[in-house]
Design a protein around this ligand. Structure first.
Ligand code: NAD
Ligand code: LMR
Length: 327
């Protein structure tokens, strides 16, 4: 057994965390040989419901769980953590765009960013709460000395949605879909890059010889999937989002298979002419500890226009939250 790590999950009484926490505690995310201390953060009015979650986690008798701490104080929740899964925030409801949540949720990430200065030196953060990209920008901008490359916002649900759509259309197993890059914002402007995706090692547009479907229905299905789930279910995606969070952490902690990549939103370094200072989705590779942006992909005019539109939205979001970003 390895020495225990400390993992914080925020919004721990919410619906997404109700799926995520149990899968983290089971060992599915960090490994069957990785004991963990779990800290669960909520707001004060939800502490009663969180107590119920703790009772259930206890009742699972997960062998890897060394302790469970429930708190409504971010500084206590993040003390010494190695990983933080920042889910806690308000979800959108029917008719809203995720960006409409900026005013309500942005301030959460100012406070939590500051509290992350108490984390362990090897801290890694995944921001899930929406609007995830700009919340992530707020958190990393307020986290003082924590290196910015420790932060990512979740795009894995979009990647998984894109892979599932391509596999379904091609009549191939989803495991045959690789190289699914999502560019831009976790929003209805994102660009799921079918040009660079592969199915069974062959470029997706050669397998799916239906450019009209790829350029319209495919893109819009992925862009609007979150809204379709809210419309159908009455509340936002939870189990699929938890699953994507798990995939993200595993991808960050593993060596990426040769030739492949995964998608996550990170602070732009200017790659692909995405301006520095926004948290935008890129194709990444990891060596299990550090990630890098995959270089050298090409975009035609269609793809470039889509990426630029999503980047513009991220720049507008940054402008809207500028008061939450220290100089
Ligand atoms: P939910 O309302 O069921 O749960 C959210 C929980 O967060 C609530 O229990 C609430 O009390 C808690 N919370 C609010 N402020 C908090 C704070 N300051 N600290 C700690 N906890 C706090 O919502 P949900 O369905 O679990 O979704 C959570 C968030 O995840 C939403 O913003 C949703 O839009 C987002 N989401 C993102 C993705 C993605 O792909 N990035 C996917 C699905 C959901
Ligand atoms: C999703 O993509 O399902 C989540 O971001 C929830 C939402 O608001 O769409």
């Amino acid at each position: 057994m390895k020495p225990p790590i400390k993992v914080a999950i925020t919004g721990a009484a919410g619906q997404l965390a109700y799926s995520l926490s149990f899968r983290v505690a089971s060992g599915e995310v960090f490994g069957a040989d990785q004991p963990l201390h779990l800290t669960l953060l909520e707001i004060a009015p939800a502490m009663g419901a969180l107590e119920g979650v703790v009772l259930e986690l206890d009742d699972c008798a997960y062998p890897l769980v060394r302790s469970i701490q429930a708190t409504d104080q971010a500084t206590a929740a993040f003390d010494g953590i190695n990983w933080g899964l920042l889910v806690g925030s308000k979800p959108r409801t029917k008719g809203m765009e995720r960006g409409d949540l900026l005013a309500a949720n942005g301030k959460i990430f100012v406070e939590q960013g500051k509290a992350l200065e108490r984390a362990a030196d090897d801290l890694r953060i995944l921001v899930v709460g929406n609007p995830a990209n700009t919340n992530c920008l707020i958190a990393l901008s307020n986290a003082g000395s924590v290196p910015t490359d420790r932060f990512a916002a979740m795009m894995r649900l979009d990647q998984n949605r894109g892979m599932a759509q391509l596999a379904g259309k091609a009549g191939k197993p989803v495991s045959s879909v690789t190289n699914m890059a999502i560019w831009g914002n976790h929003s209805a402007t994102q660009f799921p890059d079918f040009f660079n995706a592969k199915i069974g090692g062959t470029p997706a547009p050669e397998v799916i010889q239906d450019p009209a479907w790829l350029e319209t229905a495919f893109i819009s299905t992925v862009q609007k999937r979150g809204a379709a789930i809210i419309e159908a279910r009455g509340s936002s995606s939870a189990a699929s989002a938890a699953s994507a969070a798990i995939d993200h952490v595993i991808s960050m902690r593993s060596a990426t298979p040769a030739g492949d990549w995964f998608s996550a939103a990170v602070l732009s370094d200017g790659s692909y002419d995405v301006p520095q200072g926004i948290v935008s989705s890129f194709p990444l590779r990891s060596d299990g500890e550090k990630w890098e942006i995959v270089q050298g992909l090409t975009h035609n005019a269609f793809a470039r226009e889509k990426i630029d539109a999503s980047v513009k939205e991220l720049l507008d979001e940054r402008e809207a939250v500028k008061d939450s970003l220290p100089d």
